[in-house]
Design a protein around this ligand. Structure first.
Ligand code: NAP
Ligand code: MG
Length: 471
């Protein structure tokens, strides 16, 4: 049993003023792993104060100094690869496969930020004037549990590259993962107050960050519902916001696609991170005349998808993060049944032998139409809806008939055709014939999937304020 009773303010591990504890429960067994002492409003204000003081000097650091800090941060996590993977598997229930990829992704975010610093022009000429791209101020970073340290690394490395200081509020369910990364970054020896981390509830710590006038910008990842609350609160002090919200990503299989390749990829896209991914490809759009073939391949692939102990290297789908998330997914499967969709594989209840944890059966619905709730709402679990179309035009229409627009997928044996379809989809990213990630390309959503972009030049500029000097 671990007790986490420290938060990180002004370069020190301090005991929060808050007195409330939150239990840490294993997603795989529902046994208690430990507890975390939560910070309160006063703790949050102290953290913001420290970041505000640190900004005075940190905003004036040179590019070389920031590169050195980023290198030290990367080196501090590099040494503890196994620990990062183990704690993510234990605390979050992320599969070993996912936790390993997530660790690579954490490290690469520092490489990307360093690369940006080596190439980005912080002073540009526009019109007849000089435009200085200046650090925006103290940044509030509010993140969920589904890739906690991945989000910390992406957002904090970009903030530091920009010369900003930060207050981070992770999910309280990620307390052990947070503890580990805080120890690493403490060791990296950044100036005191550049980053501060406060465990605590969204309605307490997150809400203070959203309203505090000393926060200049919020970088948030999480649900669309909470994103809207934060944006409303932020407008009173005109904070800049970058919101990475939900998705209901379409995956268009064109009629000339090689199904033997595209269907297994579609299942990986749907069930990545056990389905707890904003970019999960949860609407599979297939040509009506290929439905029988698709059903056969989907069934085969899902039957061979290993669900179980996230520690095992072959496990593809682990438990849901919490009982609440398990129940949410069960509720959506029931909604699908009530709406008249047909279960091709999976369904309600836990897989045999996995009754103790928050495991769900990887589920696929057919006979789904795009107006059903299971095709419109983000489920955040391994539940896939197959929807048929008659023409390419109809496929594009269905793909775009959603309030979201985060990511989409297109498969075709004709790359030019796939590009043409991809260019008609309203989403921040469209992945063509594969599941590649480009850390220097923008990431973010159209419509209610969010505001703004992360990664690359656009991601960096979201932490900068342009100042034109006109003579
Ligand atoms: P969430 O409620 O959006 O929480 C995300 C972060 O915001 C957490 O740190 C949360 O703190 C904080 N927060 C909550 N209420 C807040 C408020 N009023 N002001 C400021 N911050 C606040 O997401 P969740 O509870 O982790 O998951 C719920 C659902 O969100 C999921 O089922 C899924 O559909 C969606 N989700 C989407 C993504 C994505 O990447 N798009 C990621 C995770 C979840 P607490 O942890 O204390 O609530
Ligand atoms: Mg919440």
């Amino acid at each position: 049993m671990k007790t986490i009773d420290k938060i990180y303010i002004k370069g020190e591990f301090v005991t929060p003023k808050g007195t409330e504890y939150f239990d840490l429960i294993s997603p795989a067994t529902n046994e208690k792993l430990g507890k975390v002492l939560l910070g309160n409003q006063e703790d949050t204000r102290n953290a913001i104060d420290a970041a505000k003081k640190a900004f005075q000097t940190f905003s004036k650091t040179t590019i070389m100094e920031r590169i050195e800090y980023l290198q030290k941060m990367k080196a501090s996590i590099e040494k503890r690869k196994d620990k990062f993977i183990d704690v993510m598997v234990e605390e979050y229930g992320g599969t070993f496969q996912f936790a390993s990829r997530s660790f690579d992704y954490m490290q690469k975010s520092f490489d990307s930020s360093i690369q940006l610093l080596n190439t980005y022009e912080f002073s540009k000429k526009m019109g007849d004037s000089e435009v200085q791209m200046t650090p925006i101020g103290v940044v509030g970073i509010i993140i969920p549990w589904n890739s906690s340290n991945g989000f910390v690394c992406t957002k904090l490395s970009t903030a530091i590259a920009a010369g900003c200081t930060a207050v981070i509020k992770p999910s309280e369910m990620s307390a052990q993962q947070t503890q580990l990364i805080t120890e690493c970054f403490h060791e990296a020896g950044l100036p005191k107050g550049v980053f501060n981390i406060v465990n605590g509830l969204g309605e307490v710590v997150g809400a203070e960050i959203s309203r505090n006038p000393d926060i200049a910008k919020i970088s948030f990842t999480g649900s669309t519902v909470v994103g809207k609350i934060i944006a409303k609160e932020a407008v009173d002090t005109m904070k800049r916001v970058t919101l990475e919200l939900g998705g209901k990503s379409p995956n268009i299989i064109l009629d000339d696609a090689n199904l033997e390749e595209s269907i297994p990829l579609a299942i990986i896209a749907a069930y990545m991170n056990s389905g707890q991914a904003c970019v999960a490809g949860t609407r599979l759009l297939v040509p009506e005349n290929k439905l029988d073939e698709v059903k056969k391949l989907v069934k085969e692939t899902v039957m061979n998808t290993i669900v179980g102990d996230p520690k095992n290297e072959t496990t593809a789908v682990g438990p849901m993060v919490s009982k609440k998330q398990y129940e949410r997914v069960q509720n959506y499967i029931q909604i699908g049944i009530n709406e008249g969709a047909e279960i091709l594989i999976g369904g309600l209840g836990k897989p045999e032998g996995l009754e103790k944890g928050n495991f769900v059966k990887p589920t696929v619905f057919v006979n789904v139409n795009n107006q059903m709730r299971i095709a419109r709402e983000e489920i955040f679990g391994p539940v896939l809806s197959i929807i048929t179309y008659k023409t390419e035009q109809e496929a594009i229409e269905i793909a775009n008939d959603t309030t979201y627009g985060l990511q989409a997928y297109v498969s075709s044996s004709d790359e030019k055709r796939a590009y043409n379809v991809a260019s008609q989809i309203n989403a921040g990213r469209v992945l063509i014939n594969g599941l590649n990630h480009d850390p220097m390309a923008p990431f973010g959503g159209f419509k209610q999937s969010g505001i703004g972009r992360e990664f690359g030049t656009l991601g960096l500029e979201a932490f900068l304020e342009p100042k034109a000097l006109i003579r």
